[in-house]
Design a protein around this ligand. Structure first.
Ligand code: ZN
Ligand code: ZN
Length: 128
């Protein structure tokens, strides 16, 4: 692994914010002043293709990246776009519900949420 890639991976794993390539670039630049956004982006793509990080694709939004590849769900704030981890237990009975609905056996599923983050929720309460 190149030094650049090591730094990118290290910084991404440190963050819990699921940054976009731009956000990560601003952070990595402090350690590698000569790095370009294109290089950060390319490395993120390669790391996610190799399964070392995961890419979070929220439709219509900039791609975000997660250094934590353990299985967990995400929630995205519809106001500010922030993303947080959601760790909940597997949903009881969902496999059977899917078989009943369409006859397919479930091997894996992804459950992501849309909502309001605590800060935007507070703002809404204040404005009302
Ligand atoms: Zn928010
Ligand atoms: Zn995550």
């Amino acid at each position: 692994m190149t030094h650049q890639r090591e730094v990118i991976l290290e910084e991404l794993k440190r963050l819990r914010t699921h940054p976009t390539a731009d956000e990560l670039y601003e952070i990595v630049k402090k350690r590698l002043p000569r790095i370009s956004l294109a290089t950060v982006y390319r490395n993120l793509e390669q790391l996610s293709a190799a399964g070392i990080i995961q890419k979070l694709d929220f439709v219509g939004r900039q791609m975000r990246y997660d250094g934590d590849i353990s299985k967990h769900s995400h929630i995205r704030c519809v106001e500010c776009g922030s993303v947080a981890d959601v760790r909940i237990n597997p949903i009881q009975g969902i496999d059977q519900a899917v078989i009943d609905a369409c006859g397919y056996k479930v091997l894996d599923y992804h459950l992501d949420f849309l909502g309001l983050c605590p800060i935007c929720l507070l703002k809404k309460h204040r404005d009302n």
